[in-house]
Design a protein around this ligand. Structure first.
Ligand SMILES: [Zn+2]
Ligand SMILES: [Zn+2]
Length: 308
């Protein structure tokens, strides 16, 4: 089959890879659309060491083989972390923290920049009929943004700042906006910030302090900025992963009684529901053929992917 394979050094377009085999409690999915994100770029640029295999973790597809008959022929999305099934985390509904987990296209599991992939049945969600497949590709990244409100109580009376004007911030800001909270988005690019103006106050600088600051820039300077904006007794939510280690003054957190909160992957069903109900505005994804992966990886538009 055709796929984008990362050999540990570089990404290759290949046509000679075997179609994956069905294994018990799993399904074979024919990929229809897949999208890329900064995690994929991080892997090929060596920020995340150790992954070899087919890249990609954001996708929609059709189940073509499964030992769960109800899934066959259905259009689906799938959560990306598959745990061992029998450890503290797996037994407490925290599979994404299983120390032996496989993660599609990231840890020990072939990804979705391919014609087919195999995934565990319990991680699969059927896409509602009235949600376009091209839009449902946003389920995985939107679920990651939703993990903020899934983890921490955000009050409508909170004053909140989101740092960053990229894709992740765009989703987070809309989710926060739906809570009714007072929302400011801080960024460095006026043309990107303009996208946010329909639902948030946008600024390049601020002198104010906030109850909750959400860092989603992915850059160490973003976290320093975020820390300087949190009120005493406030909360700093860290949503990015960083390519390098970030020094922070922990005493500052102690003295000012600031809570530091990390969140990662989130719930798929609420993400599908929000997409289905058009609660989140998202630009159309620009799709390429797998063969044109170099062009795709250099395309800086909002969201880029592959149509299979
Ligand atoms: Zn991603
Ligand atoms: Zn486990």
């Amino acid at each position: 089959m055709r796929a984008l394979y990362f050999d540990g050094k570089e990404l290759q377009y290949r046509e000679d890879l075997p179609k994956p085999q069905l294994i018990p409690n799993h399904s074979v999915i024919q990929v229809k659309y897949a999208a890329m994100c900064s995690t994929d770029k991080g892997i090929i640029h060596g920020y995340k060491a150790g992954f070899k295999g087919i890249l990609g973790h954001e996708f929609v597809g059709t189940v073509i083989e499964s030992d769960d008959e109800q899934l066959i022929g259905k259009n689906v999305v799938a959560e990306i972390n598959e745990g061992c099934g029998d450890c503290y985390y797996c037994n407490n509904n925290l599979e994404k923290h299983c120390p032996d987990r496989q993660t599609i296209g990231i840890i020990n599991h072939d990804g979705c920049f391919a014609e087919y992939l195999v995934t565990a049945n319990h991680l699969i969600h059927i896409i509602p009929d009235n949600l376009a497949l091209e839009k449902a590709v946003y389920t995985e990244p939107l679920s990651a943004a939703l993990e903020i409100t899934n983890s921490i109580h955000i009050k409508p009376s909170d004053k909140i700042a989101v740092i960053g004007d990229g894709r992740l911030s765009y989703m987070i800001a809309q989710i926060i906006n739906l809570t009714g909270a007072d929302l400011t988005v801080l960024g460095k690019h006026s043309e990107k910030l303009a996208l946010f103006s329909a639902f948030a106050r946008t600024q390049m600088e601020t002198e104010e302090s906030y109850d909750i600051v959400i860092e989603a820039t992915g850059s160490p300077s973003g976290i320093k900025k975020a820390l300087s904006l949190v009120r005493s007794r406030g909360t700093l939510i860290v949503k990015s992963t960083y390519a390098e280690q970030v020094p922070i003054d922990l005493s500052y957190l102690v003295v000012n009684e600031i809570r530091l909160f990390g969140t990662r992957c989130g719930p798929f069903l609420p993400a599908l529901k929000m997409l289905e109900q058009n609660l989140i505005d998202l630009p159309d994804i620009v799709y390429y053929d797998l063969k044109d992966y170099k062009k795709a990886f250099n395309d800086s538009r909002f969201k880029v992917g592959f149509k299979l």
